[in-house]
Design a protein around this ligand. Structure first.
Ligand code: FAD
Length: 454
């Protein structure tokens, strides 16, 4: 009698890697595995696949296919509705189970529910995205932590799983695959000029560089805009090219203030996810409504988007976003505060602009950080307005970050670059750089009045 081979589907979603991937590992218990990626119509229809993330995703898929081929397998690609495609592949291959990552967005929750409906009892969900999964720690009587401090204390006490051994063999049954998508297949439009390369190999190279040196100075340098002293691992974490669990283990083994500060940032990632898992509507609705009556002013929003507000720190950060599809965290805080508080424009306008460009653009991290800055989120200081000039003095004291991103201001030396309007008139005429579009003190007052119901 012929032996019956067991087949499982490993559905790759936000975990595009072979190493330390609990989803792949579990699927590999079957004799044969279908490593499946579905280019999902639903994600496309939502406008979430932008040129920058499409470019990065195409790299990730090519790299994943290469890693699977090196182990005897390959990536199977389908286009369509993810649930329907998984069911079709299960029927074609006789797969008994589908394995996928637990994830938190409304979209991911619908996907899991849809699979459970059509493949009852055969869906296996694993934690390959978070360090501490959403819901694993909760305060008494509530579904999520609303304040980071107590969350972090509980998060730090959770015993996390050990990293998994690398899979050495992946046997794929006979099954139809479409060709690997290229960037242009995933999204029209030109990506930013200086994007990082996607994929697990690139991720591991960057992680090795980071853990091998710069992490030690992270506690001192993470807010120094010119030093660029953060890991830049966010796109790799967003697409799951790296395991956050593995990063935490390695950073804990190193110890020291830099590693501890880095681990704390990874906990922020889980914090926003546990909040979104419990309140999926927070991706678009105010988490804590403040009675805002936002203003619209197309000219001001256009100046913000183009990096022409006349406030060099804001403009430098917005230009970094356009050029690299990435922005330093301090820049994100300052530019978001400028839009949502100084200009008092709806945070969703800014959040969608960020999502259009960020390679690491992530519903949980982006929307909830925007809400945090706008004061409609989990911040304990909802009405704090960041002054771009004070921020420039602290975080770009010599003006090097501004000169890097605003070439027209590059000839100005030192901190004078932050206040070009104070330069002599004949110098200013040559700059082709705008005067400030708003008065900061007047706008701050207007915001506070609005928030106090005036
Ligand atoms: P590092 O400083 O090296 O931190 C390591 C990792 O920790 C990051 O890669 C990231 O995964 C996580 N992390 C760090 N800070 C935060 C934070 N505040 N919240 C959640 N996770 C964090 N991060 C995204 O990944 N995607 C987004 O779409 C996103 N949008 C943001 C929008 C605004 C308005 C703000 C203020 C922050 C946003 N962040 C977002 C968080 C943060 O700015 C980025 O994660 C960070 O700048 C990425 O750079 P890095 O990898 O060098 O970070």
């Amino acid at each position: 009698m012929p032996t019956v081979m067991s087949v499982a589907i490993c559905l790759f979603t936000a975990d595009l890697r072979v190493r330390d991937n609990p989803v792949l590992r579990a699927a590999l218990r079957a004799d044969e595995v279908v490593p499946l990626f579905v280019v999902d119509d639903g994600v496309h229809a939502s406008g979430f696949v932008t040129p920058n993330r499409a470019a990065f995703l195409a790299d990730c898929l090519a790299d994943l296919d290469g890693a699977l081929r090196a182990r005897g397998g390959r990536l199977v690609v389908r286009h369509g509705d993810v649930v329907r495609e998984v069911v079709a592949v299960a029927e074609e291959t006789g797969a008994g189970e589908v394995h996928l990552a637990r994830d938190v967005s409304a979209f991911a929750q619908r996907r899991e529910a849809g699979l459970r409906r059509l493949m009852s009892g055969r869906v296996r969900v694993h934690d390959s995205v978070h360090v501490v999964p959403a819901g694993a720690v909760t305060p008494a009587g509530r579904g999520h932590f609303a304040v980071f401090g107590p969350y972090f204390r509980r998060w730090s006490g959770v015993r996390i799983r050990e990293p998994l051994a690398d899979p050495d063999q992946v046997t794929v049954p006979l099954v139809r695959s479409e060709r690997l998508p290229e960037r242009a297949d995933l999204a029209g439009g030109e990506p930013s000029p200086v994007l990082p390369r996607g994929g697990e190999e690139a991720a591991r190279r960057r992680a090795e560089d980071w853990l091998g040196g710069p992490i030690v100075r992270y506690a001192d340098l993470h807010d120094d805009l010119a030093a660029d002293g953060t890991s830049r691992l966010s796109p790799y974490l967003h697409f799951g090219c790296l395991s956050a669990v593995e990063l935490v283990h390695r950073a804990r083994a190193m110890g020291g203030p830099g590693a501890e500060a880095f681990i704390r940032q990874l906990a922020w990632r889980d914090f926003h996810r546990q909040l979104l898992a419990d309140r999926p509507g927070a991706a678009h609705d105010d988490y804590r409504p403040r009675g805002d009556r936002w203003r619209t002013d197309d000219a001001l929003v256009a100046a913000w988007r183009q990096g022409r507000t006349g406030y060099p720190l804001v403009d430098a950060a917005m230009r970094q976003l356009a050029a690299e599809g990435w922005m330093h965290n301090r820049g994100r805080l300052v530019t978001a505060s400028f839009l949502a508080k100084t200009l008092y424009v709806d945070w969703r306008v800014g959040a969608w602009h960020f999502l259009d460009l960020l390679v690491d653009g992530d519903v949980a991290n982006n929307q909830l950080n925007w809400q945090w800055v706008a004061g409609t989120g989990a911040s304990t200081r909802p009405n704090q307005v960041l002054d771009p000039l004070a921020q420039a003095r602290r975080f770009d004291p010599r003006g090097d970050y501004v000169r890097r991103w605003i070439p027209e201001l590059a000839p100005i030396e030192g901190a004078a670059v932050h206040r070009p309007w104070l330069l002599p008139a004949e110098v200013r005429r040559r700059l082709n750089y705008p005067d400030p579009i708003v008065d900061l003190a007047e706008r701050r007052e207007r915001f506070h009045r609005a928030r106090s119901g005036g």
